[in-house]
Design a protein around this ligand. Structure first.
Ligand code: HEM
Length: 467
């Protein structure tokens, strides 16, 4: 018997347990890995392909062989994680296979069987999409991203030699049916304490919607549970039925991929200038930009970093409704208002019920690219290969980027854009003294530059194995 809609909407309190999956077994066996939980490998290669003209049959055969040989399901990913925890046996090579709308069309899939999400159908190069996201003109994108992209193959491993060998093998067979129009090499960047960071130096990957029992239990043990913020999420925010799946519980997920270059030197200079303008320390200035200190401490809770190895995610902005501690524009507050949009009283037009607000959440799976030397401060060539999964691009990634990050009004009027990713840049209001109402108008320049991207769908394994 297949899952009902309410099974996706209402997860067990403890999340799904892939080690004892019960009614979710078929779903977990047919869903690609990396969606419900990141694959966790240190190194990855992303191959963007355009299938060769008039080779539909050969391409289908290639996809089928690839899916049978390499693709790992959510269930397999979890089994491998258990093996790693108990016996230190590495899961080895991990792969994903994604299709763009143009990819489905190439494969001659009937239009009514192509995943129907609107932005997905239009593609990221579409003029209207570009205009609403505030993205640069296509001729400013990296040449590879300007090409027609049919599919994306993600290959990852902790062992970089094994990864490169695997990639070489795949490229050899792939070249017979496709042109590799672009390649990205990503990695997990860490600080000296071993925490995952992004290139500006802030701890990253702390706050995610969680679906699986192990993550729920971990949050309960490490973070005091969910009293201030419930990071648990139902499957319907991330999964959508795969119209081509071969089982009664075949699901997929939409992937948003964006190459975001970070000008590290210029960002640090702007952070210093902001600190001087406010007469505060640079670490507090950075926290007012991001919403967390570089060590991950939420700035709504304190004006100094705490250097905890596992910074909390069990917090909200209830004690800071006037945003004198964490400004409304701060990246993490805009990207996850934790109830703000329904609570702040003076917010006509910006109010949403918490349940609606929580539906905008995305599962971030991005990795860094470029230099892996944190001492260097390159102005170009380094950044984030931003990736996120969701069930509805319009209501999730696109909503967050346009209605929250880019918007000047957010919860209140004239808040200013998100200083990390808001396009175009603008002026924000910064608290002169942490916790006090007086603010300074200051324009923080945008140092993240979009270099290209695409919308994809992660089809079910049963579709790809029988395409
Ligand atoms: C959180 C950096 C792009 C959505 C964070 C955090 C950092 C960060 C340091 C705090 C760590 C955490 O809570 O996990 C960056 C950088 C970016 C970038 C440097 C670009 C180069 C984006 C984009 C989006 C996004 C494009 C989506 C439109 C989020 C979300 C959170 C987050 C949803 C979690 C907020 C929360 O739940 O409290 N980001 N980010 N980020 N970011 Fe970004």
């Amino acid at each position: 018997m297949g899952l009902k809609e309410e099974d996706l909407r209402k997860l067990p309190e403890d999340g799904i347990d892939p080690e004892n999956p019960g009614k979710y077994r078929v779903l977990l066996e047919d869903l690609q890995g990396n969606i419900l939980r990141g694959h966790g490998r240190d190194y990855s290669v992303h191959l963007f392909v355009e299938f060769k003209p008039d080779k539909t049959i050969e391409v289908k055969q290639w996809i089928e062989d690839f899916a049978k040989k390499y693709l790992k399901s959510a269930k397999q990913q979890s089994d491998e994680a258990v093996n790693y925890r108990q016996k230190r046996i590495s899961g080895g090579l991990f792969t994903n296979f994604f299709l763009s709308c143009k990819g489905y069309e190439y494969l001659e899939i009937e239009p009514f069987l192509i995943p129907s999400d609107n932005p997905f159908r239009q593609g990221m190069k579409n003029e209207d999409i570009r205009a609403v996201l505030g993205d640069p003109k296509i001729d400013k994108w990296e040449p590879g991203f300007q090409q027609q992209i049919h599919g994306l193959i993600l290959i990852a491993d902790d062992d970089i030699i094994a990864l490169l060998q695997g990639v070489n093998q795949m490229m050899q067979s792939l070249r017979k049916v496709a042109n590799i129009v672009h390649r990205e090499d990503g990695f997990i960047l860490r600080n000296q304490a071993g925490q995952i960071v992004e290139h500006f130096g802030f701890v990253d990957g702390l706050s995610q919607p969680i679906f699986l029992k192990r993550d729920v239990v971990r949050s309960r043990v490490q973070d005091g549970g969910f009293s201030q913020w419930d990071s648990r999420a139902s499957l319907d925010i991330i999964l959508t039925p795969d119209p081509n799946g071969k089982t009664e519980d075949s699901y997929g997920s939409y992937l948003v991929y964006r190459k975001l270059e970070q000008n590290i030197k210029a960002f640090r200079k702007s952070q210093e200038e902001l600190a001087n303008a406010l007469k505060v320390k640079e670490d507090l200035a950075g926290a007012l930009v991001v919403g967390r200190f570089y060590d991950g401490t939420p700035v709504t809770l304190t004006d100094i970093p705490t250097f905890l190895h596992n910074p909390t995610n069990n917090f909200n902005y209830d004690e800071d409704l006037t945003a004198t501690k964490c400004p409304f524009h701060a990246h993490v507050r805009k990207m996850n208002p934790r109830g703000d949009t329904g609570k702040v009283v003076s917010s006509p037009g910006f109010d949403e019920a918490l349940a609606v607000e929580r539906k905008h959440r995305i599962a971030r799976r991005g990795v860094s690219y470029g230099t892996n030397n944190p001492i260097q401060e390159p102005e170009e060539g380094s950044g984030l290969l931003f990736m996120c999964f969701q069930a509805d691009i319009e209501n999730q990634f696109n909503f967050m980027q346009t209605r929250w990050a880019n918007a000047g009004g957010f919860v209140q009027a004239n808040v200013g854009p998100d200083p990390l990713i808001g396009q175009p840049e603008g002026t924000q209001k910064w608290p002169i003294t942490w916790g006090q109402a007086k603010t300074l108008q200051h324009a923080f320049k945008l140092w993240v530059n979009m270099k290209g991207g695409e919308y994809f769908f992660a089809p079910s394994i049963s579709f790809l194995q029988n395409i």
